[in-house]
Design a binder for this molecule. Structure first.
Ligand code: MN
Length: 230
């Protein structure tokens, strides 16, 4: 069974369940395990949600809304993302994970959507009691890997409803990555690295749907890439 390294966060159970249901074997990792060892032993990597990447890591000073992640996560996960991409290891990035991936590739973030963007939708829904509550739709680029996966999962890439809960977003897209989904207000909701075995990041929380399966195809694509399928 393909081993998927999942970076430790405060809401692990849904990530683990989603990986299991897709046929993967979850391996919870944290800063105690060197990124080089993770890349050597895991078949794929899942970057999870959490607090904000420190803005100094993309050359900015923190906005007052800065909400740090657990100590050590930024450096560990950025190195893990870099090494996973260097090794072309299948990688799925979720919420904070997208932000980590983008910064790892030299990109920048919108530090606080309400403070820095005007006329935007609410990007917070549901939590904590209904993490599957839908916030807004996303428009997914037709020729992207993500569009194919969402379509395989029985949803319409042109108007896919998502449970986003975030106050940050990708701003300048990092090297080798492209934006492949936006909310109707222009906020970037997904990125991917074309030409890789599998490297996709979504700003919403597909793991919260593991019971009902709306985004199971995303986890199946990760596990399938590890198996050498798709
Ligand atoms: Mn959103």
């Amino acid at each position: 069974m393909p081993v998927i390294a999942i970076v430790r966060c405060s809401k692990l159970p849904d990530y683990e369940a989603a990986v299991r249901r897709a046929g993967g074997d979850p391996w919870i990792v944290d800063p105690a395990t060197a990124p080089a060892d993770i890349v050597a032993r895991a078949g794929g990597v899942l970057l999870t949600g959490g607090g904000d990447v420190h803005p100094s890591l993309y050359g900015e000073t923190p906005h007052p809304a800065f909400d740090p992640a657990e100590p050590g996560r930024d450096e560990h996960e950025i190195e893990l993302a870099r090494r996973a991409m260097d090794a072309d290891l299948p990688l799925l990035a979720i919420c904070r994970g997208v932000q980590v991936l983008n910064v790892a590739r030299g990109g920048t973030l919108v530090q606080d959507i309400p403070a820095h963007l005007t006329g935007v939708l609410s990007h917070k829904a549901g939590a904590p009691h209904e993490p599957w509550a839908l916030a807004h739709e996303v428009w997914i680029e037709r020729d992207s890997v993500l569009a194919r996966i969402v379509e395989e999962g029985g949803q319409d890439p042109d108007r896919c409803q998502v449970n986003s809960r975030h106050h940050q977003a990708v701003q300048r897209v990092g090297e080798g990555l492209v934006a492949v989904a936006t909310a109707p207000d222009g906020v970037i909701e997904a990125i991917e690295a074309p030409g890789r075995r599998f490297c996709v990041g979504v700003q919403w929380h597909p793991e919260n749907f593991y019971r009902t399966g709306e985004f199971r195809s995303l986890f199946e694509a990760l596990v399938g890439a590890v198996r050498g399928l798709g």
